[in-house]
Design a protein around this ligand. Structure first.
Ligand SMILES: Nc1ncnc2c1ncn2[C@@H]1O[C@H](COP(=O)(O)OP(=O)(O)O)[C@@H](O)[C@H]1O
Ligand SMILES: [Mg+2]
Length: 251
């Protein structure tokens, strides 16, 4: 079982859009996939038509008083299950803080699922905190969407510094450009230079297009309802790069 996390300290950069599409694409290739919506805003749960609420409360689940298995829901897609968000996740840091070994909590909760899933995707809320440490411990691969600005490059440097200085398990990082606007000269320039300079950059580039926004209307991944679009093609490319980096064997 491999664990991916979509991660960025910023919100609104395409973390959920990526988690949703990559989970769907993995399931379509025959992998058994669990998407865990860790954001109290519950966008991933909404997109898969699952009510955000964990039976017995998110707190009991995080603190290990309730098995993760109990809260898992099936989606409309074969091979793709979802662990819904819970509004109590707004206090996830406090919940982790009161758990034993908070930094290892997520990894510990997911360990019993090893036989059931080939891939777990963690859709993270925007934050850098105890949860981040727990995510870093658990994840094999961090997928980091970046909007191409000079500041985003700094964000990535800060993240890679944080990961390499991290005392414990270190995930691999795969950054990629998200919401790239081809009409903006700066976007094009940054997107052209950076991937060539760094090995932690994907060649896939996710365009800023309305068909991705329409996911919330269709309540489905764009790779499912508009598979022939450029956006879907780029998500497929990103999935293949992520799959190969993580060394996922065929599902
Ligand atoms: N490539 C894109 N092009 C256009 N809109 C996008 C794109 N990616 C995400 N969005 C939209 O932007 C908003 C934030 O995206 P989301 O994936 O939820 O970000 P995050 O999870 O990082 O907060 C959503 O309304 C989503 O539909
Ligand atoms: Mg999100």
């Amino acid at each position: 079982m491999k664990i991916f996390a979509t991660y960025n300290i910023k919100g609104g950069v395409g973390k959920t859009a990526t988690a949703v599409n990559l989970s769907y694409l993995a399931a379509m290739e025959g992998y058994r996939v669990l998407l865990w919506d860790l954001d109290p805003q519950a966008a991933a749960s909404y997109l898969f038509r699952i009510k955000p609420r964990v039976k017995g409360g998110g707190k009991a689940l995080i603190q290990g008083r309730r098995p993760v298995d109990d809260a898992i829901k099936g989606t409309d897609f074969d091979g793709l299950d979802l662990l819904p968000a819970d509004f109590t996740y707004r206090n996830l840091d406090l919940m982790l803080d009161s758990a034993k070994q908070p930094a290892r909590r997520l990894a510990g909760l997911l360990a019993p699922l090893k036989k059931e899933y080939d891939l777990v995707v963690l859709d993270c809320p925007p934050s850098i905190s105890l949860l981040s440490e727990s995510v870093l411990h658990a994840a094999d691969l961090l997928l980091v969407p970046l909007i191409p600005t000079t500041l985003s490059v700094r964000t990535l440097d800060q993240l890679t510094d944080f990961v390499s200085g991290f005392n414990g398990h270190k995930p691999a990082v795969l950054a990629f450009f998200s919401m790239i606007d081809r009409r903006k000269r700066l976007h094009i320039q940054i997107a052209a230079d950076l991937p060539a300079e760094r090995s932690d950059f994907a060649t896939a580039v996710i365009p800023a297009v309305s068909v991705i926004e329409q996911m919330s209307v269709h309540r489905a991944p764009v790779t499912a309802f508009a598979p022939r679009t450029m956006a879907a093609r780029q998500y497929r490319e990103l999935w293949h790069e992520a799959r190969d980096r993580a060394g996922l064997t065929t599902g």
